[in-house]
Design a protein. Structure first.
Length: 204
């Protein structure tokens, strides 16, 4: 993969369904403090990302945590990490597809029909599988295209949304508990953790 494709893969891993579907839920949990929580979660994720970068610099292979655990501990530790990374990948893909179809319901009400919803999910999985079978080059193009579209949507949202920022919107009389903030932090941190999949395709 080219450096640009690696960069876009990392961006694509972090710009998932959470970035588009969670903001309203997060604001309900933490109010205006969500701005600070976003920054703190980003810094926390950065520390973990630097740990991954440090481990990646010590090996010439790829495979994320399982390879690091395999090299530093024993084969079984590597197997455990690899197994749970695989399971996490499956759950992530399932979540992303469900979120994608949920967002599409705004434009295609037909997806509220459970049979059509399930069939659409199956078609998405088949499409992703076909892209994977076609090889690395096709996968790179598909990933780059998807990431550019996601970045474009976010940039458009920022450019349009910045004109709707008013100081009065940051005045709130609601009171939130520490548990509310902790719950919001956990959800926000989830939004950043996609970087963990980046070393799967990156080798020194």
């Amino acid at each position: 993969m080219s450096p640009l494709s690696i960069f876009l893969l990392g961006a694509d891993s972090m710009i998932g369904s959470a970035a588009f579907l969670l903001p309203g839920n997060l604001y309900a949990k933490a109010g205006n403090m969500i701005v600070l929580i976003l920054i703190l979660s980003g810094l926390s994720a950065l520390i973990l990302a630097l740990c991954y970068a440090g481990m990646a610099s010590r090996t010439t292979g790829n495979g994320v945590g399982w390879l690091y655990a395999y090299n530093e501990f024993v084969r079984f530790a590597g197997f455990e990490v690899g197994l749970f990374t695989w399971i996490q990948g499956i759950l992530t893909i399932a979540t992303e597809i469900a979120a994608f179809l949920t967002a599409l319901k705004i434009f295609f009400p037909q997806l509220n029909n459970l049979s059509i919803y399930r069939l659409s999910g199956i078609m998405v999985i088949i499409s992703i599988s076909i892209i994977g079978v076609l090889g690395q080059k096709v996968s790179d193009i598909a990933n780059d295209t998807a990431t550019i579209i996601k970045l474009g949507i976010l940039i458009l949202f920022i450019v349009v949304g910045v004109w709707f920022i008013h100081g009065s919107n940051y005045v709130s009389s609601n009171h939130y508990s520490l548990m509310d903030y902790n719950s919001a932090y956990s959800n926000v941190f989830y939004m950043y953790t996609g970087f963990a999949f980046l070393p799967v395709a990156a080798a020194r």
